[in-house]
Design a protein around this ligand. Structure first.
Ligand SMILES: CC/C=C\C/C=C\CCCC/C=C/C(=O)SCCNC(=O)CCNC(=O)[C@H](O)C(C)(C)COP(=O)(O)OP(=O)(O)OC[C@H]1O[C@@H](n2cnc3c(N)ncnc32)[C@H](O)[C@@H]1OP(=O)(O)O
Length: 310
């Protein structure tokens, strides 16, 4: 089952709060059960594999059984609907192919991901905004809610949605002289709680609150010092090796117990997210449609283009 497949939330909305909470628990149980089945199935032999969607590739190392999921949308892996959908397809594929773990990385030389593709949100219609935000939610929950060991080899800058994907993983290794963070307040926008939850999982509350209110972009070294990244690597290859070593550290741990323990840690955030996901889409559409936000987006895009030409 894809974790993004919904609890029947539209039905839950018609229920009393007690019934709703019980539906969510049912969803959680279903989710844990299906992850359990997947974990049991993962006991079989490893397979060598290399596959691709339009904007992602998956390569499974035949020795380690670890899958590397590479985002490949030049120039900066900005997250358009296609990339978000391809990420979900690749995550599902990795979950189903008996891989031992998932490493997320980028095919770009200096950018992990530039976050949401601002062109997708600018001068568009409500239906497109709904699709963009829903696919961002789906990609996040597929990664955050995966029972597999996950790690991000952050081989470049990771602002906003890039940081979101990296912090959905359990472990982060970053190359030097890059930046990572949730810069939404710098853009005059507020990131919803679910979007911050990976960030809040890894940073002390006080550090997270200050960084989020400042919209702070951490350098690699600063990110390492506060614990936003776990290790620094001198190259992408080294980052991939360190991520593999992290995933390898679970080799002697029962994968079922590991996966369920991880999901228990994340269950509260997932439950909260499921409660608000539809409202969250409506909030995003309302925010992104506001004339002043649209104007700011246009200016932001112009400035990005000017900077690129310098
Ligand atoms: C602004 C949004 C406002 C409102 C949205 C409303 C509601 C709420 C949303 C809440 C959550 C939002 C999440 C997001 O992810 S928003 C995106 C935030 N991302 C950024 O701010 C990053 C911007 N990019 C950069 O800082 C740099 O590009 C980066 C990643 C450091 C790489 O630098 P560099 O290698 O020098 O590359 P360039 O800057 O020259 O960029 C090359 C090329 O790519 C275009 N581009 C860059 N980032 C984006 C992007 N996020 N979306 C679309 N396009 C992007 C850039 O314009 C250049 O284009 P060109 O045509 O000049 O080649």
């Amino acid at each position: 089952m894809k974790l993004s497949s919904r609890i029947p939330f539209r039905l839950a909305l018609k229920q009393t709060p007690e019934q709703r909470s019980s539906s969510i628990d049912t969803y959680q149980r279903t989710m844990l059960h299906s992850n359990l089945l997947r974990l049991v199935a993962r006991g079989g032999p490893k397979r060598l594999m290399s596959t691709a969607t339009k904007l992602t590739t998956v390569e499974v190392n035949d020795k380690t059984g670890i899958a590397t999921l590479t985002m490949n949308r030049p120039p900066v892996n900005s997250q358009n609907v296609q990339l978000l959908e391809d990420l979900q397809k690749s995550i599902t594929e990795i979950e189903n192919n008996k891989s031992r773990g998932l490493i997320l990385t980028s095919a770009m030389s200096n950018v992990f991901s530039a976050g949401l593709d601002i062109h997708e949100m600018y001068n568009t219609n409500e239906e497109r905004l709904r699709i963009v935000w829903t696919e961002l939610q789906n990609a996040w929950i597929a990664l955050y809610g995966s029972s597999l060991p996950t790690a991000a080899a952050i081989n470049g800058h990771a602002p906003a949605g890039g940081c979101l994907l990296a912090t959905a993983c359990e472990y982060r290794v970053m190359v030097p002289n890059c930046r990572i963070g949730l810069n939404e307040t710098q853009l005059g926008i507020i990131a919803p709680k679910w979007l911050m939850s990976g960030f809040l999982n890894v940073l002390p509350k006080r550090v997270a609150e200050r960084a989020l209110t400042q919209g702070r972009m951490f350098t690699t070294q600063e990110a390492f010092e506060v614990g936003l990244v776990d290790e620094i690597a001198n190259s992408k290859e080294e980052a991939l090796e360190k991520c593999s070593a992290f995933i390898g550290s679970f080799a002697k741990v029962n994968s079922l117990a590991r996966g369920l323990t991880k999901l228990q840690f994340r269950a509260e955030n997932i439950k909260e997210f499921e409660k608000i996901r539809e409202k969250d889409v409506a909030n995003f559409i309302a925010l992104a449609s506001r004339p002043e936000i649209q104007k700011d987006m246009g200016i932001y895009l112009e400035n990005l283009k000017k900077k690129g030409k310098k």
